[in-house]
Design a protein around this ligand. Structure first.
Ligand code: WT7
Length: 584
């Protein structure tokens, strides 16, 4: 039996769009990747081959945009810097020469373990210019996570800071393929060890003239590691041809235009920070703002006010934290520069969208994609009404479908596996060194299987249900944990919620909720009852959590997803498995 618990009647209509993607239906009919390629590539591309760094940086540095600010940067201590496209070209040219001087060649893996410093962005561009393969790693990783990535990729060079290098020191002996460690913040009192070299010294000697290496479009660009259900994390490998997807999705989904000041809050250690933190905006010649600091509601609003951020790409967790920080805080800032907000990474609760409309006078546009898809695949567009709780519609030119285990397409309303028809430019090209795990993605009759379950409604909107292994079956009813979590969040006492299916002799599974209360609410039996009744009435009689456990926080990945798997393992006293992506 299939139940679509989400109320699908609600829609948010918006003002008509004047630029960007104006007509979704028509764009789909006329769409061709070849046409996008022609739009992006200048006919006079000097290399005659391709390089994303040329298209994103060098091209603009040779155009009227040369003195336009490409990167506004702010450090945790308030230090501010800005770089024009021309400055980024010169610095990345220098950096490419510097890397070449220590032996980096086309195809070599260069991993980066840095906070969101300007050098992180400059090295990513430089690595692409050389045709080497970048491996950005989140600066909160511990030694084991770093070791696994450097080992699996057989990285030749690591770019890091003295402080972060200390975390690598304990595992260095396990990394014989690593030849050089480039220290970005080298100070004199530090004794360089055998493999260490100093970024600043090498940069000083390097020329700032470098011609981006002309590549085949299928040459690899970067590797990002992501967890599967089993085994170690997989090195998802992307190529330069991805840029076709980055360019057009940034333009049509994030709606970026030349005059925008854009802020993507993600770290390049996660795919959002790599694809839409730098490549997407720069391929479109747009100014991007980067904040190398932690989440802080007041600071975030101050950023929007100071930099006059116009387009903001963030995550549901952040939005929920902002919601928790309260509406009074918002009144202290002038946020009128904001014109467009998008979200990614986990289900965006309808409650958060309604709150966005109330406090920012803007709806939040959910976007769905994965490390593997390389770019946004399903989204809410400026020109389409939003149905709160829906991920939106497939990007023009791509086909998304709900399929059963044999690859048959299911009709509207039925829950099934979310699959994509292979062939879009930014699809993963390999799981680094693991052909078998790569093939597994395509094992259902040639579809690319996302691992998510979802359903499609009569209007072609897609609704997220859960990971393929997260859907709860209680007394024969299928219930998506997202729907229950969303409903819980609508209760005035609930700040955060994670929901799992707990094995039950009678019902197969019962729904169990882990709940973090909002400030000012105390745990009590009465409140527990109240929440249960609230959900029973709000959602469905079968979909209320029979068990509620109150907790101080929820285990989350560093990209903000609640780790239901971990909640479940802890609840059942099972081994917790790979938790290398856990937040703390
Ligand atoms: C998984 C991919 C690519 C952005 C960061 C996450 C979940 C992603 C949504 C959304 C519901 C979402 C899916 C997906 N997810 N976006 N809008 N609504 N779920 O990348 O770490 O590769 O995770 O994140 O489960 O499969 P990722």
């Amino acid at each position: 039996m299939v139940t679509g618990v989400m109320k699908s009647g609600e829609i948010i209509n918006k003002a008509p769009v004047v630029t960007g993607l104006v007509n979704y239906e028509q764009a789909g009919k006329e769409f061709s990747w070849e046409a996008v390629k022609k739009e992006l590539f200048l006919p006079d591309n000097p290399a005659k081959k391709a390089n994303i760094a040329y298209e994103a940086i060098d091209k603009h540095a040779q155009s009227w945009r040369k003195n336009k600010v490409a990167l506004y940067w702010e450090g945790p201590d308030g230090t501010r810097q800005k770089y024009t496209f021309l400055e980024l070209k010169n610095l990345s040219d220098k950096c490419a020469n510097m890397l070449r001087s220590i032996g980096v060649k086309k195809g070599d893996r260069v991993f980066i373990f840095l906070p969101r410093l300007p050098e992180l962005y400059i090295s990513i561009i430089a690595i692409a210019k050389l045709g080497a393969i970048a491996g950005p790693m989140f600066s909160a990783f511990g030694p084991d996570a770093v070791r696994d990535r450097l080992q699996n990729s057989e990285a030749k060079v690591l770019i890091t800071t003295q402080e972060l290098k200390e975390r690598v020191d304990t595992v260095l002996w396990e990394l014989p393929k690593l030849e050089r460690i480039v220290l970005v913040d080298y100070r004199k009192e530090y004794e360089l060890e055998e493999k260490d070299v100093c970024y600043a010294t090498l940069m000083k000697d390097a020329s700032d003239k470098f011609e981006a290496v002309g590549l085949e479009l299928e040459d690899p660009l970067y590797i990002l590691y992501t967890s599967g259900t089993t085994g170690k994390s997989k090195g998802i490998t992307h190529v330069h041809y991805d840029m076709i997807s980055y360019y057009i999705t940034t333009k049509w989904v994030l709606d970026l235009r030349d005059e925008d000041i854009y802020w993507c809050t993600a770290d390049p250690g996660w795919v959002t920070g790599t694809v839409y933190g730098l490549w997407g905006p720069w391929l479109n010649g747009v100014s991007s703002y980067i904040y190398d600091g932690r989440f802080d509601a007041a600071k975030w609003y101050e950023i929007i006010q100071t930099y006059k951020i116009t387009v903001w790409y963030t995550a549901p967790t952040a939005l929920r934290m902002l919601m928790k920080a309260g509406d009074d805080l918002i009144k202290k800032y002038d946020l009128t520069s904001l014109r467009y907000i998008c979200s990614v990474g986990e289900p965006l609760n309808p409650e958060v969208i309604r709150w966005g409309v109330k406090v920012y006078q803007l709806p939040i546009h959910d976007t769905w994609w994965q490390t593997e898809t390389g770019a946004i695949m399903i989204a809410n567009y400026p020109c389409l009404p939003i149905k709160p709780g829906s991920m939106g519609k497939p990007f023009p030119g791509t086909k998304a479908a709900i399929i059963d285990g044999k690859g048959n397409e299911l009709p509207a309303g039925q829950h099934g596996l979310l699959a994509l028809q292979p062939g879009w430019p930014s699809m993963l090209r390999a799981v680094w060194g693991d052909e078998k795990r790569f093939r597994e993605y395509f094992s259902i009759n040639g579809w690319y299987a996302t691992g998510d379950t979802a359903y499609k409604d009569e209007d072609g909107y897609f609704w997220f249900v859960g990971r393929a292994d997260d859907v709860i079956n209680t007394s024969g009813h299928r219930v998506g944990p997202f729907e229950v979590e969303s409903a819980l969040l609508e209760h005035r006492a609930v700040a955060e919620a994670g929901v799992i299916g707990k094995p039950d002799v009678e019902r197969g599974e019962i729904i169990k909720a882990f709940v973090v209360l909002r400030e000012g609410f105390a745990i009590s039996k009465a409140l527990e009852e109240e929440i249960k009744v609230f959900i029973k009435h709000r959602l469905a009689a079968h979909a209320y959590p029979r068990e509620i456990e109150f907790c101080g926080n929820l285990p989350k990945t560093r990209s903000g997803k609640i780790m239901r798997r971990l909640l479940k393992a802890r609840d059942l006293g099972l081994p917790t498995g790979d938790i290398s992506t856990l937040e703390d």
